[in-house]
Design a protein around this ligand. Structure first.
Ligand SMILES: Nc1nc2c(ncn2[C@@H]2O[C@H](COP(=O)(O)OP(=O)(O)OP(=O)(O)O)[C@@H](O)[C@H]2O)c(=O)[nH]1
Ligand SMILES: [Mg+2]
Length: 650
């Protein structure tokens, strides 16, 4: 069954609650005080089925003091019923609620001319004209305008038909997206515990699911789900939903928090956005203190002006002092408390005092990094992030925005996971969008992060330059240890980005080496003196076999400096020509031969399978000074195993 969430809107006493009651049989005014005073104070809820369409109503208060409650209800609605009493016509909160709906880009709606029983046809016609004028040029232009009387029931059937017609044009919501339920009510139910309600704006909620309450990140378990007053296995986007939560007390949750998929959102206190200032508001000044309304949350904050959407009259000025009524601009919102936001979210701004609605808009980047905003660069960045909120297809704009955020991230990389909340891409579409960015050359993927091609290129150049410098300074070194190279170049970058650059450099044949990384063109360059030393040293160690020579003696013999001999000895060790055992150096060939000969003792059988120090000394013609370290070396190499005074050949 298709379901829609319908919000009421309109001036106080115009018959919003009475209409909902007439349509559903439920009085949405549930508070004692509401019944006593005959006005709506907080949100009310009721549901019904019309021609196979499940309709959930969110009834809002008309009183100007309770607009903040109205705002908590209007966030998730699919369509609005603008209620105008025929005996009073358009009044201040008719306009304010209507403005809010426009700023929030509520996609569809219709108008109920209530209390039709109280007026004559001429008056009704006059009200009709006034509503026409109000709606012209808006999403309500051409919308059904239905006279009704909740008292006599006249017009209710026409209204139901009109409501079904309008609902048919409402697009469904992202059922497969991340779960997001802005909480509008929290209460405790005997035998159940904590229950929260709200309009599920995306994703689904299953019984037994683990979710988080954000901000705060509190983990909760879904014990049960209700839609339209009936228990369900799950609720899907677009439904009014009641969720019974385990693991949390009713006092630990408030309206304004959101029930979300674990880990899907990062909390934020900064957001870049487009703002539209209402025509009859005062100019919105840089630094103005405002009330920010999004979802069911109201948060105090300040507005910083980045600049106009488009350059005007050839003049492009970042950091304008104020936004004129009726125009729009790029702003950075600085909030006094954290919340969860996604690109594409609509919001409303009300003045701090008196609290009247002054502006609204759409979030472009819910987690910008701090930094100067009243600059040409910040303005240019905002323009690249912008999209037309009334255009349905955001794909191209979102890919453009992703490119900006990937640029912002630099070498730290932009996590793929942020494509969902920061770019507003449906999780199911992330892979395709990433592929588009990679194909277009806007990004390079390194495991789970993205960087720009420019950053990847810079990093590769920096690696090559660092290696070239290393080779110049230490020509006898075969290269730099990988870790040292990474620490040197990449203190603040993402390790996967470094690995990707290294892999690319290796694949293109620019670098090589295993334990140490070197430019492929690098050859260990010996000076003539070093070359002479190398040849002499290698010969001396090869000839020495298991009785290697003293390095200092060689230096004296061939008349090279001790420093050159030292460098050559290190080189030969790195090249594994010489092998260090304790304080001694042996030629690798001598050790290999030794291992083979000892191992061969086993196959010759008999007592040969065992050996002690004396036998070893005699057999290999070495003194104790060499015999002990060599035998221990053989133990380590698992050629022999020590058993008391003996060693068994393995
Ligand atoms: N004669 C007549 N009276 C109506 C009609 N609809 C509502 N009323 C009366 O108008 C008064 C206000 O109606 P509500 O439905 O509470 O108005 P509301 O728009 O919900 O008011 P708030 O929620 O406080 O903004 C009540 O006394 C209703 O009985 C109607 O169609 N005809
Ligand atoms: Mg009411």
């Amino acid at each position: 069954m298709k379901s829609v969430v319908v919000g009421t809107a309109g001036h106080i006493d115009h018959g919003k609650s009475a209409l909902v009651r007439a349509l559903t049989g439920t009085d949405p005014d549930r508070l004692k005080e509401e019944k006593a005073r005959g006005i709506t104070i907080d949100l009310g809820f009721a549901h019904t089925t019309i021609d196979g369409l499940a309709v959930a109503f969110v009834d809002v208060p008309g009183h100007e003091r309770f607009v903040k409650n109205m705002l908590a209800g209007v966030g998730g609605i699919d369509l609005v019923v603008l209620v105008v009493a025929a005996d009073e016509s358009v009044m201040p909160q008719t306009r304010e609620h209507f403005d809010i709906c426009r700023l929030l880009h509520i996609p569809a709606g219709l108008v109920a001319l209530t209390k039709s029983d109280l007026v004559d046809p001429d008056t009704l016609e006059l009200v009709r004209l006034e509503v026409h004028e109000l709606a012209s040029g808006s999403f309500l232009e051409g919308a059904p305008l239905v006279p009704v009387s909740s008292k006599t029931g006249e017009g209710l059937d026409d209204f139901r038909h009109a409501l079904v017609d309008v609902s048919a044009k409402v697009a469904g919501r992202a059922v497969e997206g991340v779960t997001r339920l802005p909480i509008d009510r929290v209460f405790s139910m005997k035998g159940f515990g904590t229950v929260v309600t709200g309009t599920l704006v995306s994703g689904r909620i299953r019984t037994d699911a683990e979710l988080a309450v954000a901000p705060g990140g509190r983990r909760v378990k879904v014990r049960g789900v209700q839609v339209h007053g009936a228990a369900r296995a799950d609720a899907v986007a677009g439904q009014r939903t009641a969720v019974n939560l385990g693991g949390v007390d009713v006092h630990e949750i408030d309206r304004g928090q959101t029930l979300v998929t674990l880990g899907a959102f990062e909390e934020t206190r900064l957001a870049d956005a487009i703002v539209t200032v209402l025509p009859d508001a005062k100019p919105l000044k840089h630094g103005a203190r405002v009330r920010f309304h999004q979802g069911t949350a109201e948060i105090l904050g300040r507005v910083a002006l980045i600049g106009p959407l488009q350059a005007r009259g050839g003049e492009d000025a970042p950091g304008v002092p104020a936004i004129a009524p009726g125009s729009d601009a790029f702003v950075r919102l600085r909030l006094e408390r954290p919340t969860v936001l996604a690109r594409g979210d609509r919001y409303i701004l009300r003045a701090y005092s008196p609290s009247v609605t002054i502006a609204g808009g759409v979030i472009l980047d819910p987690r910008p990094s701090r930094g100067a905003i009243r600059t040409e660069a910040a303005l240019a960045r905002s323009r690249r992030l912008a999209f037309d909120p009334s255009a349905g297809d955001r794909e191209q704009a979102d890919i453009r925005a992703a490119a900006v955020l990937i640029e912002d991230a630099g070498a730290a990389g932009f996590p793929l996971a942020s494509m969902v909340s920061r770019v507003g891409i449906d999780p199911a579409a992330v892979d395709a969008r990433v592929q588009a960015l990679v194909t277009a050359g806007d990004a390079i993927r390194a495991n789970d992060v993205l960087v720009t091609s420019a950053v990847a290129e810079q990093l590769k150049q920096a690696i090559a330059a660092a290696l070239a410098e290393h080779h110049r300074a230490q020509p006898l070194s075969e290269g730099m240890p990988r870790e040292e190279l990474r620490d040197r170049l990449f203190g603040r970058g993402h390790p996967d980005v470094f690995e990707r650059a290294m892999a690319d450099l290796a694949a293109s044949g620019t670098i090589g080496g295993r334990e140490r990384t070197a430019l492929a063109t690098h050859r260990v360059a010996l000076s003539p003196e070093e070359e002479r030393a190398r040849a002499a040293i290698e010969r001396a160690f090869r000839d020495g076999g298991l009785r290697p020579p003293d390095a200092a003696a060689i230096a004296a013999d061939i008349g090279t400096s001790a420093a050159a001999v030292d460098r050559v000895l290190k080189l030969l060790q790195r090249q594994k020509v010489l092998v260090r055992i304790d304080t001694l150096l042996f030629h690798d060939e001598a050790l290999k031969r030794l291992k083979a000969e000892v191992a061969a003792l086993k196959t010759s059988g008999g007592a040969g399978a065992r050996i002690d120090v004396a036998m070893f000394k005699e057999r290999f013609g070495v003194s104790r000074k060499f015999a002990i370290p060599l035998l221990e070396y053989l133990d380590r190499e698992r050629v022999t195993r020590r058993m008391g005074d003996w060693r068994v050949v393995l």
